[in-house]
Design a protein around this ligand. Structure first.
Ligand code: BEZ
Ligand code: FE
Length: 305
C-alpha cells in the first residue's frame, strides 16, 4: 500500500473521537496504530501471524510475564539509559553509584533490621556470603540511618514469594544503616535467574535466538531523606553471564571483588563452620534536587498479603 493511504486510513480510525480524550494516551495510541499498520505493510504480515501475536500477548498477561519480557527486550534498561541522560542534562552530581534495573521480582514489606541482619532463613545450603559496606554522599561522607533494601535469588536462581517453596521474605530484608552509614548482612551466594523455560517470554526469546539467563546478582534500593533514591544491583564476579545478561543490567562499576575465606580463625570469628565468601560495596547517593525526574519509579509491585 502507499504510505499516504496507510496514513489516511489510520487518521480515519484515530479521528473518530466524539468526546474529550486523554490527549497523551490518544497521541501515543494513535502513533502506535500508525506504526503497527506500517509494520504490517512493510513485512506483509499475514492475518494468522497477527492473530497468533494477539494470543501470545494474552498468554503473556495470563502468565504474569509482561514485565519479564519488558526486561528481556531491553525496555527496562532503556528507561535507565534515558534517566541517566536526563540527569546529565540537568546537572545531577555524577558521582553517585550507577543505577540499574529493578526487575519484576521486588516484594514490598520485607523485615527491617538496624545495622546488620541475617537475611537467609538458614534452611538452604550453599556458600555463606557476608556482605557489608557504607552509604555515603558523593563526597564520601556517611549517611547515618540510610535505608538499604536488599533482595536476591537463592542457590537455584529463584526468588521467595514467586517461588512458594521458600519461606516468606527469604533473602529479602531492609537494613537501616548505623550511625557511620554502615550496613552488613549474612546470606547465601545467589545463582543467576533463568526465565521459566516453558513460559511465553522464553518462547519469544527462542524465536529471537536468545537465552533468558541473568548472571548471579544482588538487588538494592538505597534511600535517605534529602538524597536521590538509588535502585541498583551488584553482579557476582566470575559468573559466565556477567556480560551476557538477557536483561542488559550489567555495569562495570557494579562488579565488586568476591573474597573467599578458608582460614579457621576467620571462620571462628564469623561464627561459621565452613568456608565463606565476602563482598564489600559502598553506595554513594547524590543530593536530591527539586524539579528533576524522580528515581523511584511508581510501578505495580508485589506485596505479601
Ligand atoms: C531479576 O532481577 O532477577 C530479573 C530482572 C529482569 C527480568 C527477570 C529477572
Ligand atoms: Fe534479580
Amino acid at each position: 500500500m502507499q504510505k499516504t493511504q496507510i496514513k489516511q486510513l489510520a487518521a480515519r480510525i484515530t479521528g473518530t473521537q466524539i468526546k474529550p480524550a486523554n490527549d497523551r494516551v490518544k497521541a501515543i495510541v494513535d502513533r502506535l496504530l500508525l506504526d503497527l499498520f506500517n509494520v504490517i505493510d512493510d513485512f506483509d504480515v499475514r492475518p494468522e501471524e497477527f492473530w497468533s501475536a494477539l494470543s501470545y500477548l494474552t498468554e503473556l498477561g495470563k502468565s504474569n510475564e509482561a514485565a519479564l519480557l519488558a526486561a528481556g527486550l531491553g525496555i527496562e534498561h532503556y528507561f535507565d539509559v534515558r534517566l541517566d541522560e536526563k540527569e546529565r542534562e540537568v546537572g545531577i552530581d555524577p558521582g553517585g553509584t550507577p543505577r540499574t534495573i529493578e526487575g519484576p521480582l521486588y516484594v514490598a514489606g520485607a523485615p527491617v533490621s538496624h545495622g546488620e541482619a541475617r537475611i537467609d532463613d538458614g534452611k538452604g545450603e550453599g556458600e555463606i556470603l557476608f556482605m557489608d559496606g557504607k552509604v555515603t554522599d558523593t563526597s564520601g561522607t556517611p549517611i547515618p540511618g540510610a535505608t538499604v533494601e536488599v533482595w536476591h535469588a537463592n542457590t537455584l536462581g529463584n526468588y521467595s514469594f514467586f517461588d512458594k517453596s521458600q519461606s516468606d521474605f527469604n533473602l529479602r530484608h531492609t537494613i537501616i544503616a548505623d550511625a557511620q552509614g554502615r550496613y552488613k548482612f549474612r546470606s547465601v551466594m545467589p545463582s543467576g535467574y533463568a526465565c521459566p523455560p516453558n513460559g511465553p517470554t522464553q518462547q519469544l526469546l527462542d524465536l529471537l535466538g536468545r537465552h533468558g539467563r541473568r548472571p548471579a546478582h544482588i538487588h538494592f534500593m538505597v534511600s535517605a531523606p534529602g538524597y536521590r533514591q538509588l535502585t541498583t544491583q551488584i553482579n557476582i564476579k566470575g559468573d559466565a553471564y556477567i556480560y551476557d545478561d538477557f536483561a542488559f543490567a550489567t555495569r562495570d562499576e557494579l562488579i565488586p571483588e568476591v573474597t573467599r575465606h578458608t582460614d579457621a580463625a576467620e571462620l571462628r570469628d564469623r561464627g561459621v563452620n565452613r568456608p565463606f565468601a565476602s563482598i564489600t560495596f559502598d553506595f554513594a547517593l547524590p543530593k536530591a534536587v527539586k524539579g528533576v525526574p524522580v528515581t523511584l519509579i511508581d510501578r505495580p509491585r508485589a506485596k505479601v498479603a
